[in-house]
Design a protein around this ligand. Structure first.
Ligand code: HEM
Ligand code: HEM
Length: 177
């Protein structure tokens, strides 16, 4: 097996774009809007839908990953780097699910689902500070961004130092050896 399943490839790049937009654009912009601003609920609803779509696609991706044959682990030339890459890939899944889970946690704490999707009149709290899930969401965002930078550095190491065109495994083409 030379490459990942094409559905995994499509979802890898779609999710990478969606997650980076959420981390770098959507989330930070949302945080800037005060909770008593008339646009806050609109922005929150958009962010929640975006995050829930990421969560659903991640579940589809995880099931596909577990059910399809994957290429053998890449060799970065050192046992520690190889183990690090495996752990980093696992941590990427864990942190994305942590973002979605903590986001849902914030929503449940302050009744956001009922306000956004069922027309409930419950007012928003003045801010989300002090909600444990909100703190977890911020910490997971910082860790995920750092891990993505590390993941891209791993790609650059393969691309420019080892020159083994590892990225071809996460692209389309003949899969059988
Ligand atoms: C932004 C969010 C991203 C996430 C959550 C993510 C997640 C992952 C995961 C979990 C894998 C392991 C394969 C699997 O189990 O499915 C993987 C593989 C890979 N990713 Fe990403 N990725 C992201 C962005 C990127 C970016 C921006 C690049 C390139 C610059 C990239 C390049 C690769 C490559 C080349 C592989 C294949 C590694 C191998 O064959 O061992 N990824 N990615
Ligand atoms: C992978 C998916 C998600 C990403 C990448 C993401 C990203 C972010 C980021 C970067 C922030 C600002 C955090 C900070 O800098 O402290 C944020 C805030 C927030 N997110 Fe998410 N999020 C995701 C999923 C969700 C989901 C599924 C929900 C709810 C169902 C949600 C609800 C919220 C709320 C309520 C805030 C607080 C906004 C504020 O402080 O005004 N997020 N998100």
């Amino acid at each position: 097996m030379k490459r990942y399943h094409p559905l995994l490839v499509v979802l890898h790049w779609l999710l990478a774009a969606m997650i980076l937009i959420g981390l770098l654009v959507g989330g930070p912009a949302l945080e800037e809007i005060d909770n008593d601003h008339p646009d806050k609920m609109f922005a929150l609803t958009g962010h929640m839908i975006w995050g829930l779509v990421i969560g659903s696609l991640m579940i589809v991706r995880l099931i596909t990953r577990l059910r399809s044959s994957a290429p053998p682990s890449a060799d970065a030339g050192h046992a520690m780097l190889n183990t690090g890459a495996k752990l980093a890939h696992l941590a990427l899944y864990v942190l994305v699910f942590a973002m979605v889970g903590s986001g849902i946690g914030i929503a449940i704490s302050v009744d956001l689902f009922a306000i956004a999707f069922a027309g409930a009149e419950t007012p928003l709290p003045p801010d989300f500070d002090g909600i444990a899930a909100r703190a977890a969401h911020g910490i997971a965002a910082t860790l995920l961004l750092a891990l993505i930078a590390f993941h891209v550095a791993g790609w650059a190491y393969h691309q420019f130092f080892l020159r083994d065109r590892l990225i071809g495994r996460m692209w389309f083409g003949k899969r059988a050896d």
